[in-house]
Every structure is written in structure tokens, then in C-alpha cells.
Design a protein around this ligand. Structure first.
Ligand code: FVH
Length: 289
């Protein structure tokens, strides 16, 4: 049966994100215990009603759902290994960014110690927690997700992908890969515009509208990739190679390095050399495995 939002929670890790999550739980009136490796970071939360735990052991003994929001996979083990004997029969949600293999390792480790494990990838920055637009992607124990969905929705929209603890993390980092490529392209374009005296802020306004319009084609591109049929292109690899060659020359004129552009140019060059120039741009996907 699903629990109510009176579920007690213990937040381990009070960096920017851990603090935001704890604040959202406190705002909703949940009994919230907080712990951080470096003491003193809990002052505002304790003033707002949280119970400050001096040790991880104390935080876990406070009962309820255990939520880790630490730097990385290693810091989760550094925090939980010494209290592994306390985890039996408990439910653990790890919102620390971990690679898929690391999430699976943590799920297996938790199971060895009798604990159910749910992994989460936070698709938000701290200021977005509890606000529309924030989402957290989950995978791992569906019992934990089903039991605590209402509690988790206090933080952000909650979506569950399946029993494989590495799934949420794969979605998380695939989405981040798309984001960072977009950010890199923006920086490249801003550097080009600087050469003609246009501010990065002005370019940012224009690029936001352009990139938003271009993202409309992503579901179509996905369907082409899934079908694996590149013979009827909207725009061919050769067409895009020509565009990248022109960006290369324009960047040279602007005195901008090709660090962000060169990898895609090289993928297109290779396909043209291999005789795939007339096929759809989406075929580039096949070069990535
Ligand atoms: N902040 C963000 O925008 C992103 C959004 C997407 C998801 N990430 C991930 O969330 C995890 C926590 O991020 P954070 O922003 O809270 O990170 P920091 O402010 O740097 O705080 C890190 C906390 O981790 C503690 N810590 C580090 N190493 C250890 C360790 N060996 N043992 C125990 N705790 C450790 C650190 O403690 P301290 O330095 O204050 O003692 C902080 O509490 C992260 O995975 C993001 O990728 C956030």
C-alpha cells in the first residue's frame, strides 16, 4: 500500500541539491532528519524544523526512507559502508549522479545487505526543486517507487522506467549528453559572434529561439534511426558536410578554434569517404557504436 506524505525521511548529504530536497520535504511537513560529512551545513534546515544528526548511524536510526544525495558513487560507499549492518529491511533511494554500472553495483550491494534500492537521476538544478519543470527519473525497486511516489512527487515530477537500476542513469546521462553538445555549440557560436562585436547575451536570445525550433525535428530523427532506413533523406550527409565545411571556414575567419565542431565534421567526412554521402544525416548514429 502506498504510504502517505508523512513518511519520515533521512537525507544524507547537504550540498546544494541535498539542502533543496530537505527544504522541500520540510515545507511539506515531513519529519526530516539531515546529515552531512562536514558539520554545520544543517543550520538553516534545523532552524526550519529538521532533526540534525551528528552521524550517519544516528540519521539512519531515526527511521524512514533513506535518501543519499552525495557527490558521486565513491562517496555513497564511503557514507554507507560503515553502516551497512543498519540497512536490513530498509528502503534506500540514491539521488547521487552515478553511471549505470555504478547504480547496478549499488543495487546489488544494497540487496546483499537486505535493503531495497531505487536509483534516481535528477533533471533539475536546486532552485527548480518543488517547482513545475523539475523531474526525477527513477529505476530499480518498483516496490520502493510505488510506496513512496507521493513523497517523491513533493520534489519533482517522478517517472519510473523499470527494475534495472541502471536505466534511470542511462536516461539521465543521455539527456545530459544532448544538453552539453547544445551548450558547446552555443559557446562556439558566441565566440564567432564576438569577432564581429555582438555580445554573447544578444546571441543567447537568438540562439535560444533557433535551437528550440530545431529541436522539433528530434522525434522525426529518432524514428528514422529506429527504422534504420537512411535511403530517403530530408537532408543528406553530403549536404551537412558542406555546411560543416562552411562553418569551419567561417570559424577560421572569426579566429575561433574547431574544438566543438571538429568531431561532427570528422564523422561526416568519414561517411562521405566511405560512400554514404547520399544517405540521410541520421545515419551518423551508426558510426557511434
Ligand atoms: N546541483 C545540481 O545542479 C545537480 C543537478 C543534477 C543532479 N546533481 C547531482 O546531485 C548530487 C549532489 O549534488 P550537489 O549539487 O548537492 O553537490 P555539492 O553541492 O557539490 O555537494 C556534494 C555533497 O557530497 C558530500 N560528499 C562529497 N564527498 C563525500 C564523501 N567522500 N563522503 C561523504 N560525503 C561526501 C559533500 O559533503 P561535504 O563536502 O559538505 O562534507 C556534499 O554534501 C551529485 O551527484 C550531482 O551530480 C546535482
Amino acid at each position: 500500500m502506498a504510504e502517505t506524505t508523512n513518511t519520515p525521511v533521512a537525507i544524507l548529504g547537504l550540498g546544494a541539491m541535498g539542502k533543496a530536497l530537505a527544504a522541500a520535504f520540510l515545507k511539506a511537513g515531513l519529519p526530516t532528519t539531515v546529515w552531512n560529512r562536514t558539520p554545520g551545513k544543517d543550520a538553516d534546515l534545523v532552524a526550519a524544523g529538521a532533526a540534525g544528526a551528528a552521524t550517519v548511524d544516528e540519521a539512519i536510526r531515526a527511521g524512514g526512507l533513506i535518501i543519499t544525495v552525495l557527490l558521486d558513487h565513491a562517496s555513497v560507499h564511503a557514507t554507507l559502508d560503515p553502516v551497512a549492518h543498519r540497512l536490513s529491511g530498509r528502503q534506500l533511494i540514491n539521488l547521487t549522479s552515478t553511471a549505470p554500472g555504478e547504480a547496478r553495483e549499488l543495487a546489488a550491494w544494497a540487496a546483499e545487505h537486505g535493503s531495497a534500492y531505487l536509483d534516481g537521476g535528477i533533471m533539475a538544478v536546486p532552485s527548480m526543486i518543488g517547482q513545475p519543470g523539475a523531474s526525477i527519473l527513477y529505476s530499480g525497486s518498483h516496490e520502493v517507487f510505488d510506496a513512496h511516489r507521493e513523497t517523491l512527487e513533493l520534489l519533482a515530477a517522478a517517472e519510473y522506467f523499470g527494475d534495472d537500476a541502471g536505466l534511470a542513469s542511462t536516461y539521465d546521462f543521455a539527456l545530459l549528453a544532448a544538453m552539453y553538445a547544445m551548450f558547446g555549440g552555443f559557446l562556439h557560436g558566441a565566440a564567432m559572434m564576438r569577432s564581429v562585436g555582438v555580445s554573447a547575451a544578444e546571441f543567447g536570445e537568438r540562439a535560444a529561439a533557433w535551437v528550440a525550433a530545431m529541436t522539433q525535428s528530434l522525434p522525426y530523427q529518432g524514428r528514422v534511426i529506429d527504422a534504420g532506413n537512411y535511403a530517403d533523406p530530408v537532408q543528406s550527409i553530403a549536404f551537412h558536410k558542406s555546411a560543416l565545411d562552411a562553418i569551419n571556414r567561417a570559424s577560421h575567419d572569426a579566429g575561433v578554434t574547431l574544438d566543438f565542431v571538429a568531431p561532427l565534421q570528422s564523422l561526416l567526412d568519414r561517411q562521405v569517404t566511405d560512400g554514404h554521402g547520399t544517405l540521410a544525416f541520421e545515419r551518423t548514429f551508426e558510426e557511434l557504436h
